[in-house]
Design a protein around this ligand. Structure first.
Ligand SMILES: Cc1cc2nc3c(=O)[nH]c(=O)nc-3n(C[C@H](O)[C@H](O)[C@H](O)COP(=O)(O)OP(=O)(O)OC[C@H]3O[C@@H](n4cnc5c(N)ncnc54)[C@H](O)[C@@H]3O)c2cc1C
Length: 376
């Protein structure tokens, strides 16, 4: 039960091929356009298929790559298994991945349910209860409400048309509405009101799904294809992970940070804040759940011409706030990440990875400007 392909294949295309024979990946990541090569050697996160692990490369059982000296190398559960945690964390620094093998399983139906509550009423005990009684959980903060989305197995399709609405929301509508609302109302006296109405409509949609009793879909249908999304429907985000048991406190403190930032700079995100629950996992040397379960804080925003600089300033201030609280950034998903952030989040594991890639690439052929600023 494995799938082997060239590294340039996108997850969504691979998923379509598997589906034809009633099979699927164990983790059908939201970003269907992720290539297998990137999936094998970069950091990822998913909370709605994360029954066992929430990082795609934890399901990678074999990788083949061309080293910086031009040799062919491979690591698998049977050959050089000690290299698997390293190559899963290598970001291309150890060479170019050309073939990837991932675990697969029979096609499954899954169910999404939604619970909406005021953040002021949210407790860590409630979150622990949700985690204990469901397979997976992800949360969306819209203004001062939190939407707790859970995932479990199901035996038949019900309200599956809602899965299409969900995909449309993520691949176009959410970012489009946020960006257009900001563009039209920005700087006018009604701008706040327009955004509050937008948040209200969004929560109303989640309440409707919740009242309908959620919906079911085939596992691979949760992947979103962004390849045809026009610029006006695209969004950006950042990701910092925190220990699971501190999440509610972190979330409430984040709201204070968010509101204070808005008061000082007049900027706030126009899309929900995501919070991914991902379980402890040591499969990759750079697993951000190496030390234990995490729940993240991911501000999401659709920047436009009017607020691109304000979004960048927000990201930098959020980085400083998250770093100070012991957060863990992802190298490919936390814009403006610095060496100090990476060193305090990954410590000796970052050093071990840097030492390993330096041994295989003494002339630094694979080192680009981005990593030049991060390596130790
Ligand atoms: C709209 C949107 C939604 C997203 N949603 C999610 C999500 O739900 N979950 C999630 O985890 N991430 C998400 N992401 C982030 C995404 O996973 C990362 O940006 C990912 O790295 C992109 O993969 P890619 O295949 O486009 O890689 P690229 O951007 O092409 O490559 C990223 C890096 O991977 C390395 N690399 C790629 N291919 C190879 C190879 N063959 N050999 C060696 N190194 C290689 C290189 O270092 C390269 O710089 C999202 C991004 C966007 C824009």
């Amino acid at each position: 039960m494995t799938f082997t392909a060239e590294a340039g294949l996108e997850m969504i295309e691979a998923g379509r091929l598997l589906r034809k024979v009633n099979l699927q990946f164990l983790l059908n990541i939201e970003i269907g356009n992720l290539t297998l090569g990137s999936a094998a050697c970069c950091q990822t996160k998913d909370s709605l298929d994360a029954v066992e692990f929430g990082q795609v490369n934890s399901y990678v059982t074999a990788v083949k790559w061309v080293t910086p000296s031009g040799a062919l190398e491979e690591a698998s559960e049977h050959k050089n298994p000690e290299l698997l945690p390293l190559i899963r964390a290598s970001y291309g620094l150890a060479g170019i991945v050309y073939e990837v093998t991932l675990r697969i399983k029979p096609l499954e139906i899954i169910r999404f349910d939604y619970e909406i509550m005021k953040i002021a009423e949210l407790t860590q005990a409630h979150v622990s209860g949700v985690i204990a009684s469901n397979q997976c959980m992800v949360c969306w903060t819209v203004d001062d409400d939190v939407v707790i989305q859970t995932r479990n197995g199901a035996s038949e399709l019900r309200h599956e048309w809602l899965a299409d609405s969900r995909r449309f929301g993520w691949s176009f509508l959410g970012a489009f509405a946020g960006r257009v609302g900001r563009g039209l109302a920005s700087g006018t006296p009604v701008s706040n009101l327009v955004e509050e109405i937008g948040f209200g409509v969004e929560i109303g949609f989640y309440r409707l799904i919740s009242r309908l009793g959620g919906f079911t879909l085939h596992g691979p249908d949760k992947m979103v294809d962004y390849s045809k999304t026009p610029r006006v429907g695209r969004y950006a985000f950042t990701f910092w992970a925190f220990p699971r048991e501190e999440w509610v406190k972190n979330l409430k403190d984040y709201l204070t940070f968010r509101d204070e930032h808005f008061r000082r700079h007049g900027f706030r995100c126009n899309m929900p804040l995501g919070s991914y629950f991902v379980k402890k996992d040591t499969s990759s040397l750079l697993s951000y759940t190496y030390e234990g379960d995490v729940i993240s804080l991911d501000p999401i925003h659709a920047p436009g011409g009017v607020d691109k600089d304000a979004w960048d300033r927000f990201l930098r201030e959020f980085n400083a706030w998250a770093h100070q609280r012991g957060g863990i950034p992802l190298l490919n998903q936390s814009p403006f990440v610095t060496r100090a952030h990476v060193v305090s989040a990954y410590g000796h594991r970052w050093k071990e990875l840097c030492d390993w890639v330096r041994t295989g690439d003494p002339d630094r052929r694979m080192l680009n400007e981005f990593f030049q600023d991060l390596v130790v």
